[in-house]
Design a protein. Structure first.
Length: 367
């Protein structure tokens, strides 16, 4: 139940966080990469079936108790009998492993295909790249290749990054913006971040909120890249950059390619947000960034510091609140006698769902 309750807590967090990650106040005042890494941290937290020492337990009596009871039921499979909880656990792990293996094989095939593509030796591209290498010395190992596919320019590769350019011809100004955009993806190691989000999403294939979170991570990566690239742009250069994004979206027909970061966003609403935010990007004021970051951290802390726990009492006592002021418990061997207002009310074999503050004592004569 620990994994389930932790994921329920994080799912509540995501239902609040995902709409916030579309709000301009966050996107303007926090760096996209920082927000993306916070989202990755949420995905990783979901994999850790541990409650922190500071975690608070919230008892839920409506939905979780029936689910907990259902998971305890045996499921007959041929001559075997296994609890539903274990069956679902093995199904989850098996499906996750299959999905991860498929993604890894796809990535390996894609890398082999890219390695066979010819290097781009066009003079105009070479001249632009030499200028960019002077600006970004750490990018000199990044190769530029051409492909016949009608794809958006993109960055690919985790260990040995490569920039792919389609046969579609851009102007020299557009080429410079596109190449610098993709170089920044490689320098910032954005491709491994996207790869990690893809793999983590495969682990939680059954949770639709993780697919929405993955999509938001991809968008945040692009927004962070746009902010860094256009930080020193004039209004005219920003207008040219936005026009380049729009023309690429219009002329490139293929959808996104796995494990790569394309110059163009293939979702209309995401592209609209990029265009609007590029126009509004200003240098981030430290005070505003600190306030936005504190608000985000408080939200993340709040939803990682509590876990939900199924809580159910016998139907005969529903509606009565048992606490240390009106109740006490006497342990009699393997059963517990619950006293309410000085009178024996009922007995239980387990008290794990009762208020832990209720005092407990041993019956006289028991060891």
């Amino acid at each position: 139940m620990t994994i389930l309750t932790i994921n329920l807590s994080l799912s509540i967090l995501l239902m609040i966080l995902l709409p916030l990650l579309k709000k301009r106040i966050f996107l303007r005042n926090l760096r996209g990469r920082l927000l993306a890494l916070c989202c990755i941290a949420i995905m990783i937290r979901a994999l850790i079936p541990l409650e922190f020492s500071f975690s608070q337990t919230i008892r839920v009596s409506r939905v979780l108790p029936p689910i907990r009871d259902m998971l305890k039921y045996p499921l007959a499979i041929g001559n075997f009998s296994v609890k539903i909880s274990w069956f679902l656990f093995f199904l989850w792990i098996l499906t996750a492993l299959i999905l991860i293996l498929k993604k890894l094989l796809l990535y390996i095939r894609m890398q082999r295909t890219i390695r066979r593509l010819p290097d781009c030796k066009e003079e105009a591209i070479t001249n632009i790249m030499w200028e960019l290498y002077k600006k970004y010395p750490s990018a000199k190992h990044i190769k530029i290749v051409r492909t016949d596919l009608n794809i958006s320019p993109l960055a690919a590769g985790i260990k040995n990054p490569v920039i792919l350019l389609p046969t579609y011809q851009f102007s020299d100004t557009e080429y410079r913006m596109i190449l610098e955009h993709e170089l920044l993806h490689c320098i910032r190691h954005d491709v491994p971040v996207k790869f990690a989000a893809d793999i983590l999403c495969s682990v939680y294939w059954w949770n639709p909120l993780f697919y929405l979170l993955r999509r938001r991570i991809f968008e945040l990566i692009e927004l962070g890249n746009d902010r860094q690239l256009t930080a020193s742009f004039s209004l005219e250069e920003k207008a040219a950059y936005m026009q380049c994004l729009l023309s690429t979206a219009k002329n490139i027909s293929n959808g996104p390619i796995p494990f790569t970061l394309s110059f163009n966003t293939h979702e209309g609403k995401a592209l609209d947000r990029r265009i609007c935010l590029i126009k509004e990007f200003r240098p981030i004021k430290p005070a505003k960034e600190r306030i936005a970051l504190i608000a985000l951290l408080v939200l993340l802390w709040g939803f990682t510091s509590f876990t939900l726990e199924p809580y159910a009492l016998p139907e005969a006592v529903s509606g009565i609140v048992f606490n240390k002021d009106n109740s006490y418990i006497i342990q009699c061997g393997d059963v517990y006698e619950i006293y309410y207002l000085g009178e024996l009310y009922f007995t239980l074999e387990s008290i794990e769902y009762l208020n832990p503050d209720i005092p407990i004592s041993q019956k006289e004569g028991d060891d």
